[in-house]
Each structure stands twice: as C-alpha cells, then as structure tokens.
Write a protein that binds this ligand. Structure first.
Ligand code: AHR
Length: 343
C-alpha cells in the first residue's frame, strides 16, 4: 500500500531555525505546503543514547531537507505519547514517527492514525499490536541479539579464565519494563543464565537512567555481598552502577577472581561510556545505534516515490571491549568481531 499522506491546511507554526516545532506550537493555518510535515513522538530524554537519537532525527528532518518537524517529548509516559499522536492527527501531518516507550497498548491510537490515512513509521522500539498493518514499517535494533552478544562475550571470558558458570553471580539492572530494549536484553540474559548455569541474584529496573542505575546498584550491594557481574541495560545505568560500586569501596573491572565487579552494558553512544570501556571500568558494551534520522528520512523519500520500504529494518551493531584476548564471539552460528578499544 502506498501512502501519500495528507497535507494540512495553511497555518501559523512557530518554526525555529532547525525547522522543529513542538506539538503545542504547531498551527495548521500557514503551513508551508512545500514542506513535508512529520510529527515525531519521542520517548523522552532519559539517556545519552536518546539525546543523540533526538538530534539525529531533528538534523535529518530539518527545513533545509524539506521537512517541518513537530517534535514531542513523551517524558517516558505512554499517555503523553498517545496524546501527541492525537495532536498530530488533528494537525493533519503527512507522517507520524513513533518511538514507543513500551510495546503494549498502542492499538487504539494507531487505529486512529490509520483511519485518518496517516502512515506511521516506528523507530527504535516495537509495538506488540497484532495487526501489523497499523504501522507502515519499523527501523531499529535487534535488542535480543545485542544481549546474546554480551552474554556470549561473558561466556568466552569464563572459558578463557577457567571460571565455572556457577561462580557467576549476576544482577540485572533492567531498562524501562515492557520496552523492547528491556524485553530483548533481559530475555537474552535469562537464556544465557539457563544455558551456562550462572546465578541470577536479582533483577530490578533502573529505567535507563544514571540516577536510578546508581540507586538500584546501591540496593543490590546492600542485599548481596557476592555480586561479581552487573548487567546494565544501558550506558547511563552502568555509569550510575559504577558510582555505587566505588562508593561502597569496591572495584570495577574484569578480574572477578580477585574480587572486582565486572560491568556489562549497552549503547556505546557517549564519550563517557566509551572512555569507561577504554579504561576497563566497563568491561564490554553491546552497541545500540541511535542514528535513525537518515534512515527515517530515506523511508519517507521511498514512500513518496512509491517504493515500499522493508517492513522491518534492523541496523548493524558492534561489540566494544578493551580486553584483548576476545576478538570475536559467535551467536547462533554467526561470528561477530569485537572492537578492541584502547586508550
Ligand atoms: O531503546 C533504546 C534504548 O533506550 C537505549 O539502550 C537506551 O539508552 C535508551 O534510553
């Protein structure tokens, strides 16, 4: 099905130099019909990854590139995102781009967009709606694969250092519960725990933020005195967990035989996190690529040219570590190189 979208009535949009307006500011009266209007409902600003993702979208969907972007920050609340979708429908945008905070609960809002004839492009996380016609396409990460890569890295480390599976005592600082990134990465961990006999001591959400990551790790350290691995579902949680570990007088690092606590993470977006990898304070990161702006603008270009985009577009992602002895890992019979990061 090819969507041509709807052009809004002329309007009064308060457009800044980048061409981005907020949902409240955007008017319908003097809209520049030469521009393609996109309503983007973003999850929030919980992490470095998210901020880079927002910038990537704003940069690609700029006035200079032929877009009027109506940006809405959902502040990690699904209800805010549903309200934004309804506002975009009222404003008769040409396209809706949705980065859904969690997977469940979108069918009504997406049906309203479909009824209005507005194509919806999902970005980053998925929705669980059974009717896959409610969205045009999705672009993002294979979160379970990211998790499997990090778990396989840990398994390789155990083999190389003769650490038996039941000596791994791990805690999981989960992301926002019900978000694709949390579901996929947690699923991968649970499968590895069963396969390798690791002991999963506890799991609790750190909501993908540094402050909550620190709070959750402090609590785990008070509860358990034998943690030797912490699986953090993003970089910000990892930085918070490191703060908590050091505040408790313990040391982060891969030498778990000598009492260090190994920090594993996801994203690899911020310089702070990459520096932590180079210095060995974060042992391994499964990359999550935030640069979806050019991908979304290409999808819109394709739709306008009558080209049907792939329904699901998974992006390629690396693994980062400074531990030189593991240069590749294998997941489901596929080999992935590990990028060794040095100071
Ligand atoms: O959905 C992607 C995840 O969301 C990133 O790992 C995390 O940093 C972000 O907040």
């Amino acid at each position: 099905m090819m969507f041509t979208g709807c052009n809004g009535a002329p309007g009064n949009s308060a457009v800044d130099t980048s061409g981005t307006v907020t949902a409240d500011e955007a008017g319908d009266d003097s809209r520049d019909k030469a521009l393609i209007t996109v309503g983007f409902s973003q999850v929030g600003a919980e992490s470095d990854w998210r901020n880079i993702n927002t910038e990537s979208m704003k940069e690609s969907l700029s006035t200079e590139n032929g877009f009027e972007l109506i940006y809405d920050d959902g502040q990690q609340k699904q209800q805010n995102q549903i309200t934004a979708i309804r506002t975009f429908i009222q404003k008769e945008v040409d396209y809706i781009v949705l980065a859904p905070v969690i997977e469940d609960g979108w069918t009504t809002a997406l049906t309203e967009a479909a009824d209005a004839g507005i194509p919806v492009i999902l970005v980053d996380r998925m929705v669980s709606s059974k009717d896959k016609e409610l969205f045009t396409c999705w672009v993002g990460s294979d979160f379970e694969l990211e998790g499997k890569k990090v778990c396989e890295w840990l398994n390789e480390y155990c083999k190389l250092n003769r650490i038996s599976g039941n000596d791994i005592r791990i805690v999981n600082i989960k992301g926002t519960e019900g978000a694709s990134a949390e579901l996929g990465r947690s699923r991968a961990l649970r499968k590895a725990v069963n396969r390798y006999g690791w002991k999963l001591l506890d799991e609790r959400s750190g909501e993908f933020t540094q402050a909550k990551g620190r709070e959750v790790m402090s609590r785990f350290l008070r509860q358990y005195n034998d943690i030797n691995v912490v699986y953090c579902e993003n970089d910000n949680e990892a930085i918070g967990a490191i703060e908590a570990i050091e505040a408790a007088g313990k040391t982060v690092g891969c030498n778990i035989k000598n009492g260090e606590i190994m920090v594993l993470a996801f994203d690899g977006s911020s310089e702070q996190a990459l520096e932590a990898v180079r210095s060995g304070r974060i042992t391994c990161i499964g990359e999550c690529n935030p640069l979806h702006g050019p991908r979304v603008s290409k999808i819109i270009e394709d739709l306008r040219n009558g080209v049907t985009p792939e329904k699901y577009e998974y992006v390629d992602e690396d693994i980062f570590s400074s531990y030189e002895k593991i240069t590749e890992i294998s997941v489901d019979d596929k080999v992935y190189p590990v990028e060794i990061m040095k100071q």
